[in-house]
Design a protein around this ligand. Structure first.
Ligand SMILES: *[C@@H]1O[C@H](CO)[C@@H](O)[C@H](O)[C@H]1NC(C)=O
Ligand SMILES: *[C@@H]1O[C@H](CO)[C@@H](O)[C@H](O)[C@H]1NC(C)=O
Length: 341
């Protein structure tokens, strides 16, 4: 284990040296917290052909799936930062993406941790069930798909609340009513703007819109929630310029590429000129299957998933002074050689 880490560190050092020796147009990542190495380090290297490629190196693993902080990005868990100088060199002839396509849940907002979990808790509190799900427990419960199933499995395991009905049929109705209330409270969190946007989301979207790069949100989860997140959290001015592809608009959910193919087709852009931002392995598969470049910004409950075929992996998009990547970086990623898949 220590050997592997040392080898990875040596490789990182060598690649960093190479990047310094042959300065490419790519921004050079700067480590800001050596005590907390990034799980992925994206190092630009110049290939013999002059095209840029990226090298991903895994270092410093060993964090568990459960998040220990609600300030995932601000706590500098990843240590890679692009110096803000990188943005000022953006007019150096790098291409612009035709479109930036964002997943919604986990990318625009950390929906599970900051949204769904909170609204389950609020529902339990309202009904005085004496139950609250903390971040770590919720990470475990997420292995059970579906909100109703999640509550049922939890109560089956830990015991049903005093006030819950006793027969299985009545319990089904009880769970359905809890879930209905939970959905209302979740929408209220969005409408009251109590669900925060992740760092850098608004900044990157503004950068794209400012350069006439098309922006869309592509999600196969509930259309109503996605639209509310875009209009309430990004605000009406941005929302009117953003296309939304969500819900049952395509017959097959991610990891099927259908939603991304539909977005490219509707926007009239080449799939190879699109940059996707995803937070999960499922979303990454959808984007890569659509022939798009994909940047992963890990979210609370996806940080340990396998992102080996991502074009870049960060802990967030980031706002100054801790910007992880900008529109310029997205453009340069288009030049990167295609991964063999
Ligand atoms: C559950 O969410 C509520 C409502 O926001 C919060 O006040 C509470 O601290 C949370 N409980 C746990 C155990 O995280
Ligand atoms: C909960 O327990 C009931 C009764 O034993 C069972 O029928 C049901 O399948 C269980 N549901 C889950 C999600 O564990």
């Amino acid at each position: 284990m220590a050997g592997a880490v040392a080898a990875a560190a040596a490789a990182a050092a060598a690649a960093a040296a190479a990047a310094v020796a042959t300065p490419s147009a790519l921004p050079v990542p700067r480590r800001i917290s050596p005590s907390r190495p990034a799980t992925h380090l994206l190092l630009p290297v110049s290939s013999a052909l002059g095209a840029t490629s990226a090298l991903q190196i895994r270092v410093g693993l060993g964090r568990n799936a459960a998040p220990s902080s609600s300030r995932f990005c601000e706590r500098r868990r990843g240590g890679v930062v692009f110096s803000s100088a990188s943005s000022s060199s953006s007019s150096s002839g790098s291409p612009l993406p035709a479109a930036l396509l964002f997943d919604c849940d986990g990318v625009l907002v950390d929906t599970e941790k900051d949204g769904h979990r909170i609204s389950f808790n609020d529902t339990f509190a309202e009904k005085e069930l004496g139950v609250a799900w903390d971040e770590e427990l919720y990470g475990e419960l997420l292995k059970i798909g579906g909100g109703k199933e999640r509550m049922t499995a939890y109560f089956n395991k830990t015991g049903w609340p005093e006030s819950a009905p006793k027969t299985e049929e009545e319990r089904k109705d009880f769970i359905a009513s809890l879930h209905k209330r939970k959905t209302v409270l979740f929408m209220a969190l969005i409408e009251k703007k109590l669900l925060p946007l992740r760092p850098g989301v608004a900044r990157l979207i503004d950068e794209a819109l400012g350069k006439a790069v098309k922006v869309a949100v592509c999600s196969t989860s509930n259309e109503k929630a996605v639209s509310a997140i875009v209009s309430f959290l990004l605000g009406p001015d941005r929302a009117e310029k953003i296309s939304i592809f969500a819900g049952d608009i395509v017959p097959r959910k991610k990891p099927d590429p259908a939603i991304y193919l539909l977005a490219a087709d509707t926007l009239g852009v080449e799939t190879s000129s699109c940059i996707v931002v995803e937070d999960s392995a499922i979303g990454l598969t959808a984007a890569k299957s659509a022939g798009m470049k994909c940047i992963v910004t890990k979210s609370s409950y996806t940080s340990e998933e396998n992102f080996a075929n991502a074009d870049a992996v960060f802990d967030c998009i980031g706002d100054p002074p801790e910007v992880r990547f900008d529109l310029d970086f997205c453009g340069k990623l288009l030049l990167k050689e295609q991964f063999v898949s």
